[in-house]
Design a protein around this ligand. Structure first.
Ligand code: BES
Ligand code: MN
Ligand code: ZN
Length: 508
């Protein structure tokens, strides 16, 4: 049974559009911003009667412009629509990227609770320091679709069907039609990529298995006419991927190596290769994890989900680039046949590994996937993985950990993250840390002790990435949220798509 992303019963996404003129055309709800304290943001384009009415509302103190607040008005004079939603923007001087995104999020949440089926958002007209109009549109569309995302396929009673069906973003004359349309398409594609990544992440381990991930990749490939290949256990054995296979030994589920090629660039252009950790459940294996919160280890395939989400966005946008996605997917279980601490395996690269801890399994599957990537002669390889608890300790849930053997690549990824509002922070990959991986019995151990756990994990991977320009994103702290809002975030899809947009000269 396949449920999830491809459930035909799933609701249609909200339709997005661009509106150039002010509020002349009818809309179910107009959305405008109010700065602290009580200042109507520029670019609303309202007529005299509406403006006077608004001034009065603001003067009487019903909306003071504090960030996060909203006020819904009806029967507004001379407004060609039923409703006007005021959204607090906070202090004008402090209105930057983060505040802009938050205002759009607040607006969408409020819109969801109105009876409006369509709305026109004027927040896209408000200047954001250092950011273009295209950035505002792209970001608004991405944030809107993120905010409207729901995952309720396992709830027997669904919430009300969504009423909102159309969202227009209002823009001024400073941006050309073609650029605005492109930015909107990019934002929507990012939103769809994020939604796919979140759904794959949120699916439970008994549904989202290695075979399910392989099926999902195949469906994306079919939809976009891409080449997809799934390597089975026997083929991986023949290749010599014994490190990857050692992780699969404890599980009844067969491992899969998923490869998808998107070819939008010139035939002779080297591909960017994205590798995503696809552990569909991480019990720790024989080095069993403690029970508390172990359910969250269903998210251990979020790296895989994010590279598939990125692939989907790239395919939707038909970017002029060659992109190859590789997902090693395995379930990490204890069992009679499982790997044991002290076992030694030979990786695809020929290097031998002493498995001192079976819970450090991510690097064991990734190392073989990295070696495998060599055959595609990549211009760049980026791997994405929920790799270390230590990364959560170092950077919390704010920044993704970034490691690279190429400083120019690191700079590109940092910049992409900043632009996307999906930030990463670079940590060192100095040789000094390599000695922690020393083994008395094999070429290396798979753990480097507690100090700098994220760095030694990256150092381990770097030994398999010597032949190309490579970066590693540790998303252990950013791929999902715990607590009341438990769920996958879809990070770092936005960072990765921005990185590829910039490489193809499509980021304005
Ligand atoms: N998937 C985990 C990393 C993880 C843990 C991510 C908690 C998010 C939250 C990974 O496979 C793992 O277990 N890593 C170990 C490595 C250790 C044994 C060297 C860890 O971080 O404890
Ligand atoms: Mn683990
Ligand atoms: Zn893991």
């Amino acid at each position: 049974m396949i449920i999830g992303v491809f459930d035909p019963e799933q609701e249609k996404p909200v339709e997005f559009s661009i509106k150039r003129q002010g509020p002349a055309e009818h809309s179910g709800c107009f959305v405008v911003g109010i700065f602290e304290s009580r200042k109507l943001a520029d670019g609303h384009g309202f007529g005299e009667a509406t403006r006077r009415f608004l001034q009065e509302i603001l003067a009487t103190g019903d909306m003071d412009g504090k960030a996060g607040t909203t006020l819904l008005l009806r029967n507004v004079p001379s407004l060609p629509g039923e409703r006007l939603l005021l959204v607090g923007l906070g202090k004008e001087k402090e209105f930057r990227e983060k505040e802009y995104g938050a205002a759009v999020r607040t607006a969408i949440k409020a819109l969801r609770d109105t009876g409006a089926s369509d709305a026109t958002i004027h927040l896209t007209r408000i200047a954001v320091k250092k950011r273009s109009a295209a950035w505002r549109i792209r970001q608004a569309a991405a944030v809107a679709s993120e905010t409207l995302y729901r995952f309720d396929q396992f709830k027997s009673k669904k919430e009300d069907k969504r009423r909102l069906t159309r969202l227009a973003f209002s823009i001024d004359d400073k941006i050309k039609d073609a650029q605005a349309a492109q930015a909107l398409a990019q934002g929507r594609a990012i939103g769809e990529g994020i939604a796919l990544a979140r759904t794959l992440g949120n699916l439970p381990g008994n549904v989202c298995t290695p075979a399910y991930l392989a099926d999902s990749a195949q469906k994306i490939a079919e939809e976009h006419l891409l080449e997809c290949q799934i390597l089975e256990r026997g083929e991986m054995e023949a290749l010599g991927m014994h490190s990857l296979l050692s992780v699969a030994k404890g599980s009844h589920l067969p491992p899969k190596l998923i490869i998808v090629h998107y070819r939008g660039g010139k035939a002779d252009e080297k591909p960017v290769v994205l590798v995503g950790k696809g552990i569909t459940f991480d019990t720790g294996g024989i080095s069993l994890k403690p029970g508390e919160g172990m359910d969250e280890m269903k998210f251990d395939m979020c790296g895989a989900a994010s590279v598939l989400g990125t692939l989907k966005a790239v395919a939707l946008l038909q970017l002029p680039i060659n992109l190859t996605v590789i997902v090693p997917s395995v379930e990490n279980m204890p069992g009679g046949a499982a790997s044991k601490p002290g076992d030694i395996v030979t990786s695809l690269s020929g290097q031998t590994i002493e498995i001192l801890n079976t819970d450090a399994e991510g690097r064991l599957i990734l190392c073989d996937a990295l070696t495998f990537a060599e055959r595609f002669h990549p211009q760049t390889v980026v791997d994405v993985a929920t790799l270390t608890g230590a990364c959560v300790i170092a950077l919390g849930n704010v920044a993704t950990g970034l490691f690279a053997n190429d400083d120019a690549l690191a700079a590109e990824l940092l910049e992409a993250g900043a632009t996307a509002g999906d930030r990463a922070w670079q940590l060192p990959l100095w040789d000094d840390y390599q000695e922690q991986l020393k083994s008395n019995f094999a070429d290396m151990a798979n753990i480097g002790g507690r100090p700098a756990g994220s760095v030694t994990a990256a150092c381990f991977l770097s030994r398999f990435a010597k032949k190309f320009s490579w970066a590693h994103l540790d998303i252990a702290g950013t791929a999902w949220k715990s607590g009341a809002e438990k769920g996958a975030t879809g990070r770092p899809v936005s960072l990765l798509v921005h990185f590829l947009l910039e490489r193809t000269g499509k980021l304005h």
